[in-house]
Design a protein around this ligand. Structure first.
Ligand SMILES: Cc1cc2nc3c(=O)[nH]c(=O)nc-3n(C[C@H](O)[C@H](O)[C@H](O)COP(=O)(O)OP(=O)(O)OC[C@H]3O[C@@H](n4cnc5c(N)ncnc54)[C@H](O)[C@@H]3O)c2cc1C
Length: 555
């Protein structure tokens, strides 16, 4: 008699229990599966880049790229100040994963490539690429951002720009110390902050003395923060005879000798650990003047405007990445008899996060569109970009830490454990509101722009007026904003800029997002009927509509 075999039992991994109710790996996934991002890409004039952004999104969510991101943060950069014979080398060694991330980012045009493209929308395409590639690692976004941002500042010295711009805008990543003009591609850093003052760069003590050669100076002093010290060239502020000035400082001089760039140590940072941030010292260091002597802040502000946009972009990408992780977890985890995604209160939390994420993404790409059109000579967009980038930098980066903490909590205890990746994203978030103008400095910059720079208030209110009449709560908020603006005080700057940011985000969603999303945003951010934590959306909000739009694969 033939006996029927017993049904195969799943092989137990543990003698004591089976592993159940843990989500499957999210990776591989498509980081470009983001409806709000794709719609904004088209709206802001870079629909032609969709295929590339989708390809990069798949790459970002691949097991390989996610592994690079993890490894680059586990194996942190190491400073070698001296060689075995006692000679100074001032080199930073990186794990191969860092170089893979950098090579991909540069090749995909996430550094300075858009400046070499005539095509309208090039800067939008780069920002969208950054939004999806940012699902990997934030640290390497620092040198790519500074390289992007250095170009418009360098243009203040056309003869230097002629030599270095083609190399900065190259899509070739060529690490290592060599004569810059002999490399296929260059990276740029920035040295402003000193021990006695970061926001207040007028207190810089590094000096710059002209040499006999026109435009060539010798720098002496230090910087307290200079990230990505392995870059090829740096824009550095120093006090010249006519006042604070901007200089281009190469690490290797044209004759192949080392410029003095002593890296004293690397910072032991809360996050951003794949990236190196250093304290360099200059002593007889050669620097080439960029822009007029004494106008260093005006020159380097061109760079800061671009890195500020990237701070908004990096915060938005952290939001989206952690939302995707949270959505994945709660779809596969059950508690108290049902999947977490089906629990009404969890749906409220996720929908609230989804709203915040969409508002951040939409604003990021609107700012990128303004930058793109400003570069091509649109004065109205230049004025809008000036005010709205500072507003967005203040608010979106300020929301990052609270957002990533809440998304992390959706994973329960798993979210607090390093291997989930969530602690890394959480630690990254506060940095974006510190560098390139900390919260207060940004808020005060908005006040300064409004009072001193013609056309900025008109540009902002012109943008808000495009949504007039579509939502009563938004209309009321704009009226409130106008009256607060009239009595704008320094101590009330954060309050004012927050209201500006919320009305701007609401107006964009009212104009471009599905009505349920716009309604939920206005109800919870402008309507006066909301709590302070995420997950406090009012009952009338259509949670299903918000979640179905935000989460890949539905909810
Ligand atoms: C990881 C990391 C990397 C960095 N990389 C670089 C780099 O590559 N190059 C570079 O040049 N710098 C870099 N920085 C420095 C960074 O830009 C500064 O730390 C930042 O601008 C703040 O300056 P500060 O640290 O001197 O703080 P401060 O200027 O002393 O500010 C301290 C606090 O006071 C607030 N504040 C300042 N002025 C006012 C005011 N008028 N009213 C009210 N409040 C005010 C600020 O908002 C802040 O909260 C880096 C910083 C970090 C953390």
């Amino acid at each position: 008699m033939v006996s029927t075999p017993a049904p195969a039992q799943p092989r137990r991994q543990y003698a004591t229990h089976d592993v159940t109710n843990q989500p499957p790996a999210l990776t591989p996934y498509d980081a470009s599966e983001d409806t709000a991002l794709m719609e904004a890409l088209h709206r802001e004039g870079a629909g032609w880049a969709e295929e590339g952004v989708r390809r990069l999104g798949l790459r970002a969510g691949s097991a390989e790229a996610q592994e690079w991101a993890e490894q680059a943060n586990v194996h942190e950069p190491v400073l070698r100040t001296h060689d075995r014979y006692g000679n100074r080398v001032d080199e930073v060694d990186f794990h191969p994963s860092w170089h893979h991330l950098m090579r991909t980012a540069v090749a995909e045009g996430l550094a300075a490539a858009p400046w070499a493209e005539d095509r309208a929308g090039a800067h939008v395409a780069r920002t969208a690429g950054g939004l999806v590639w940012g699902h990997t690692d934030a640290g390497h976004g620092c040198p790519t951002s500074m390289t992007y941002a250095a170009v418009p500042a360098l243009r203040a010295q056309p003869e230097l720009a002629k030599i270095y711009e083609p190399l900065l805008t190259s899509r070739e990543y060529e690490p290592g110390l060599r004569v810059p003009t002999e490399k296929r591609g260059l990276l740029a850093g920035m040295g402003m902050t000193e021990k006695q003052g970061g926001s207040d760069v007028r207190t810089n003590t590094t000096t710059a003395w002209p040499t006999a050669e026109p435009g060539v100076y010798q720098l002496r002093g230090h910087k307290w923060f200079t990230s990505a010290p392995m870059c090829d060239v740096f824009l550095v502020l120093a006090q010249a005879p006519e006042g604070l000035s901007c200089f281009l400082v190469p690490r290797i001089l044209p004759d192949g000798s080392r410029n003095t760039f002593r890296i004293q140590r690397l910072k032991d940072k809360l996050g951003n650990r794949s990236n190196a941030s250093s304290e360099p010292e200059f002593d007889g260091t050669v620097g080439w003047l960029v822009g007029p002597e004494g106008r260093g802040v005006k020159t380097i502000i061109e760079m800061v405007n671009c890195t500020r946009l990237d701070c908004v972009m990096m915060s938005a990408t952290l939001m989206r990445k952690t939302l995707v992780e949270a959505g994945h977890h709660v779809r596969h985890r059950s508690a108290f008899g049902a999947r977490l995604i089906d629990k009404p209160l969890m749906r409220n939390v996720l929908a609230d996060l989804a709203l915040e994420s969409e508002a951040a993404t939409t604003l990021t790409l609107r700012l990128a569109g303004a930058a793109d059109r400003a570069v091509r000579g649109d004065a109205g967009e230049a004025a809008f970009r000036r005010i709205a980038t500072a507003v967005g930098k203040y608010w979106v980066t300020k929301r990052g830490p609270a957002f990533t903490a809440e998304a992390l909590e959706c994973l329960g205890g798993n979210g607090y454990v390093e291997e989930s990746g969530m602690p890394r994203h959480y630690r990254e978030a506060p940095l974006l509101s510190i560098w390139e103008g900390s919260g207060n400095v940004n808020a005060l910059d908005v006040l300064r722009a409004l009072t001193r720079e013609a056309g900025t208030a008109e540009a902002l209110f012109g943008e808000l007026s495009l949504a007039r009449g579509a939502d009563a709560r938004l209309d009321a908020a704009v009226v409130r904003l106008e009256s607060q603006l009239a009595s704008g005080s320094e101590s009330g700057a954060r309050r004012l800029v927050e209201l500006m940011a919320l009305t701007l985000q609401a107006s964009l969603l009212v104009r471009h997002a599905p009505p349920a999303v716009a309604d939920a945003f206005c109800a919870s951010r402008l309507g006066g009927d909301w709590g302070h934590a995420f997950g406090t959306l009012p009952d009338a909000v259509d949670l299903d509509a918000v979640l179905n739009r935000a989460l890949p694969g539905g909810s």
